[in-house]
Design a protein around this ligand. Sequence first.
Ligand code: GP9
Length: 409
Amino acid sequence: SEQDVEKLKGNDYVPANEHNSYGIAKDRHVFVIQVESLQGFVINRKVNGQEITPYLNALLKDSTYFDNVYQQIGAGNTSDAEWLMHTSIYPEGMDPTVNVINGKPVPSLPRTLQRNGYGTATYHADDITYWNREKLYPALGFDYVYTNKEIPAEQEIGFGPADEVLFDFAAKQLPIQFKKHEKIYSNIITLTSHTPFEMPEDLQYLVLPDSYDNTYVGNYLQSVRYTDEQIGVFIDTLKEVGLYDNSLILVYGDHSGVHGAPVTKDDEAILLDLLDHPYNLQDRFIVPVIFSGGGLFSGETISHLGGQIDLMPTLLNLLGIEHDAQMIGHDLFHYENNLLGMRYHLPGSSFINDDTLYVAPSAKLPAILYNLETMKEKSRTNKTQQSIDNALKIMQQSDQILKSYSNRK
Ligand code: GP9
């Protein structure tokens, strides 16, 4: 039951008056922007004297920024992040979740918003068959689905039209949506900052040292800088048309772009230069989470430990809306502590809690325990063993729910 999950996580509830967030965005329009490969380490960071994400950094002044939230995707990468956002149930892990649910309707954020008077639309500029989104989107129940069939095939970079084409299209849909719905939910999945991050010369806005030329990380920074600007342009559009002050906006990263060990020694040196420490698992797995919207937030940074599983409950808390099914995640405003099961990008039964990152044993390597603050190895205690057991139970509970969805008639 829900209570069991709470008990397993051993969470401490932060009283509501400390972060007065319940229902503060009631009846507002909702814009969720899931950003391809956006990692936490680029936020508020400079390279060669220039901000990597100047537009998001400026947005933070009007936002609450959660800077300690981990990616939790499985083999379905971007589509698993969409799953986590829209169900607050763990992804399957070794298979893309969409392949397990097989298109059957599931309790979801779009359905809950529809019951509360919202029209719901999702936008992604790739072919809908990538990650079987032709099954994922009906399962999640969006009213409107816009992919590369509708979004103009202009300024193609990598997999499809550049993010500015996507955002421009989404902005142009707004008046059409408002003809049919009083309140709208727009879910926008960006694409341009996808590996290998090779941007046309004229869209490389950062002036980087020569040593960054043609490196994986150098290219990554350029593509993130480009997408950051397109998010800024879209938010400016919301301001211009008078929607910003009546909207709740969530921007977050789907998963890492710089995976595992950097590709070359040059990349390693660049990361060391940028971060002042060797690139570690926290740098790799933390995704930025930014809640914004006119007049709602005052630039606070909250470091409660969280995962993508917490995005939906946090959003619904701000809207003051109840979901009609169990969510595994938490409202990030109100839970200081957390126990996050990890799988796929770390071996199954790995977890993160407030002081530990536990990497479960794999076929090749024994288990490793890290002190989460120092990222130095530490030894196993009874308490750790309890957390390992609890993390496994939480994931099993979530899997039961997933299974019940896939067995639905
Ligand atoms: C594919 C795009 C990228 O449509 O969303 O997916 P990824 O390769 O990052 O999982």
